[in-house]
Design a protein around this ligand. Structure first.
Ligand SMILES: Nc1ncnc2c1ncn2[C@@H]1O[C@H](COP(=O)(O)OP(=O)(O)OP(=O)(O)O)[C@@H](O)[C@H]1O
Ligand SMILES: [Mg+2]
Length: 419
């Protein structure tokens, strides 16, 4: 078990480009932390620095308070699970799992190896497959063998680099749940790299969002979702993504391409003195106005907009509103898309509608927007002007408390697995 501390870590590769740029992060003992961000933002580099596969250019890395910058990977006692599993094809599942123990010649006798491997196999439901070879296993089973190898080492922490990206969507969902449960049972500090924001939201206690080697925000999934610190985090977390609309603010009314939106005074005050802001609206902040209960209507703004088309998904539907961007807006959206490694940000607004809504494409529709929830961003710096830091911190504290309860409950249920 271990705490891991990153103090101003920097990694510059040969060409001088900082792949990891001044990252500081405290990872608590037993915590499950996710590193997320678009391709090339430095996630793998950071993980490899922690495990010792990559030199640290500057800054300090501490494990349990002890500086380990110069320690070899084998002396850090961390277990890494890779995307491609790195299993030995000629060895059985049993021997694959036992492999790290065999490397430690003399440290474990056969009986100890047998106990560690069979315990891990039980945890991972691999008992029936111990005599098989990796080639004969499904992707999910291979993934579990790779995890078994990490478990038997009784490492101080698990480091995962996109361990599920080779699996199909269904299996990925299943394995995601298994990894989350296993981590709670074992209570082993874990750092998990992914560029999949669903994995980030569902697995971690806290999520660290990276952009171009720079840490943007570290918080519980809910805090990231509800109180993002900037445009990048707001756009990266959530699917479908947050809508961004340029607007001018006049007397508490946002004039946008899809209509005029009256926002609460406190929000307008946060953007006081600015002519142009970027409004951030999650699709679910909208609703078909005819379906909104009377008492809720007053908390939002009702407006009419042309719906281009709708998609009915059974439990809900999406409506799309296309708008004509000015060249400045077009450029802003393009820059944003580049930052997020997205193909393109279309000049459109996505709205989530109740499944019962009769709103259809090709017509004007009356929509309601919960204006209490919208965010206003500085279009130049991307800063979220309306972020409520206290409300955000409360969400993360709540998540921490809930997490502590879950770990305690898991240990009561399966005391043997904690050893
Ligand atoms: N050995 C290397 N030499 C030089 N530059 C490198 C090296 N490895 C990675 N980089 C660069 O460092 C940056 C971060 O790479 P890294 O592999 O950490 O990204 P990542 O976030 O893991 O991306 P992905 O999601 O695609 O795996 C990239 O710009 C990459 O080109
Ligand atoms: Mg990577």
């Amino acid at each position: 078990m271990a705490s891991i501390t990153l103090n101003h870590l920097v990694k510059k590769y040969g060409d001088g480009f900082p792949a990891v740029n001044d990252v500081s992060l405290d990872i608590a003992d037993g915590e499950f932390i996710i590193l997320v961000g678009p391709s090339g933002c430095g996630k793998s580099t950071l993980l490899r620095m922690i495990v010792g596969l990559e030199d640290i250019t500057s800054g300090d890395l501490l494990i349990n308070g002890e500086r380990v910058n110069d320690k070899a990977p084998r002396d850090r006692n961390l277990a890494m699970v890779f995307q491609n599993y790195a299993l030995y094809p000629h060895l059985t599942v049993y021997e694959n799992i036992a492999f790290p123990l065999r490397l430690n010649k003399g440290k474990y006798n056969d009986e100890q190896v047998r106990k560690l491997v069979t315990d891990a196999a039980t945890t991972l439901e691999l008992t029936d497959h111990l005599d098989r070879k990796p080639a004969n296993l499904s992707g999910g089973q291979r993934q579990r063998v790779a995890m078994g190898r990490a478990i038997v080492r009784q490492a101080d922490a698990f480091l995962f680099d996109e361990p599920l990206s080779n699996l199909d969507a269904k299996l990925r969902g299943q394995m995601r749940a298994e990894i989350a449960q296993m981590q709670r049972r074992l209570g082993t500090t874990s750092v998990y790299v992914t560029h999949d924001q669903t994995e980030a939201m569902t697995l971690g206690d806290r999520v660290a969002v990276l952009k171009k080697g720079i840490l943007q925000q570290v918080a519980s999934p809910r805090e990231l979702y509800e109180q993002p610190i900037n445009l990048f985090v707001a756009g990266f977390i959530g699917s479908p993504s947050m809508n961004f609309l340029p607007a001018t603010l006049e007397n508490g009314v946002l004039k946008t391409a899809v209509g005029d939106l009256r926002i609460p005074e406190e929000k307008a005050a946060k953007a006081a003195g600015r002519q142009v802001v970027l409004v951030g609206i999650r699709p679910e902040f909208f609703e078909d106005a005819s379906l909104v209960e009377e008492h809720k209507l007053q908390h939002g703004s009702t407006f009419t907009a042309p719906i281009t088309h709708t998609e009915w998904l059974g439990n809900e539907q999406y409506g799309y509103i296309h708008f004509d961007p000015t060249p400045e807006v077009r450029e802003l959206l393009n820059n944003l898309a580049r930052d997020m490694d997205a193909d393109e940000l279309r000049p459109q607004v996505v709205v989530t509608l109740d499944a019962a809504s009769r709103i259809r494409g090709g017509r004007d529709a009356e929509l309601w927007l919960d204006t209490r929830k919208v965010h206003l961003f500085d279009p130049e710096t991307g800063e979220n002007l309306t972020r409520d830091a206290a409300a955000g911190a409360e969400l993360t504290e709540e998540a921490n408390a809930h997490r502590a309860e879950e770990i305690a409950a898991a240990h009561e249920e399966v005391p043997a697995a904690a050893s």
